[in-house]
Design a protein around this ligand. Structure first.
Ligand SMILES: [Mn+2]
Length: 326
């Protein structure tokens, strides 16, 4: 259920303060970065200062986003803010870098802007709409509550968050409310084809080499209900591809008829693995990820797990099997 009153306290904090920090999770995606920049521009609309932060570099296919070059990855040791907005991320640790280390008294109020349900949020104010398709949709509601008009730039930023988190308006989170909002964004200057070209049709040739390596690891398990892929550090080195190009690889196992759960094991360090899950129908992969201290949504979730790949796979597959039903 959408409750309008979750937005007003956010607007009040913006109106009261002078200087803000907006930050999202490290290894950012289009929703995290698009929401970060759009919210910062909304804050600037009131003549206030908004510093945009991400611990990691902006992925190559998101550099087209307006003002993406203004996102900083360092914060001065004595920098103080009236509030810190954590967007698409409920834990300071996942933001990482200087924000994770910042003394709490320099952060002012911590405000969480998200569309993920969270168990132990580290914040003073929650602005979470679990029905929103993207954090960008929550930012749209903040704009509405604050009576901020979309500019061409904020329209393109927010439209990007929709495209990324709905798989180009295909997933079950594609609601009529979202499409109405998307229509407003187009009226304000969002350019769907330019956004899709930048996101999906700007890959380097090395991405095909990496895909070739990853597809060779394809496994089909549990009577064809689970499909899995592995992406190792060695494959990244040999292909020369940036890791961001692999963002959509998990869609290959999911695309197979009968596969209910798709899994991608991505090597972070020698024995540390990021495991991503996607499901089609009834399997709630957030519950699977939660067993390994991860999170996400019913149809898209992830966790990080340490160990030898064979051991990691066994642990994950055993857990997934429990959720497959009969
Ligand atoms: Mn999101």
């Amino acid at each position: 259920m959408r409750m309008n009153n979750i937005y007003k306290p956010v607007v009040d904090i913006i109106k009261k303060g002078k200087r803000f920090l907006v930050a999202s999770h490290a290894h950012p995606d289009g929703d995290g970065i698009g929401s970060t920049i759009a919210l910062a521009k909304g804050i600037e609309h009131f003549g206030k200062e908004a510093v945009m932060f991400n611990a990691d570099e902006i992925p190559y296919n998101l550099k087209y986003l307006p003002y993406s070059g203004d996102v900083v990855s360092k914060i001065g040791a004595n920098d103080k803010f009236d509030a810190v907005f954590m967007v698409d991320c409920s834990q300071r640790d996942r933001i990482g870098g200087d924000v994770a280390k910042m003394p709490r008294e320099q952060m002012g109020k911590i405000v969480l802007i998200d569309h993920h349900m969270v168990d132990n949020p580290e914040c003073d104010l929650l602005c979470i709409d679990a029905d929103a398709a993207a954090t960008g949709e929550v930012v749209c509601r903040i704009f509405k509550a604050a009576k901020i008009k979309y500019t061409k730039e904020t329209a393109n930023l927010l439209f990007t968050t929709f495209v990324v988190d709905t798989g180009s308006f295909r997933y079950s989170n594609t609601s009529s409310a979202l499409l109405k909002e998307a229509a407003e964004l187009i009226d304000a200057g969002a350019n769907p084809w330019a956004i899709s070209m930048a996101l999906d049709e700007s890959n380097p040739p090395s991405s095909i080499k990496l895909l070739e390596f990853v597809l060779q690891t394809f496994e089909l398990l549990f009577s064809g209900k689970v499909g899995a892929l592995v992406l190792s550090q060695q494959m990244l080195i040999e292909s020369g591809a940036p890791v961001d190009v692999a963002e959509e690889f998990i869609n290959y196992p999911r695309s197979i008829l009968g596969v209910e759960v798709a899994i991608l094991f991505r090597q972070l360090k020698s024995d540390k693995w990021k495991v991503s899950f996607r499901s089609k129908h009834d399997v709630d992969v957030r519950k699977i990820a939660a067993v390994f201290q991860g999170g996400g949504h019913a149809h898209a979730a992830g966790c990080t797990i340490e160990g030898d790949l064979a051991v990691v796979k066994t642990k994950i597959f055993d857990e997934v099997q429990k959720h497959l039903g009969t």
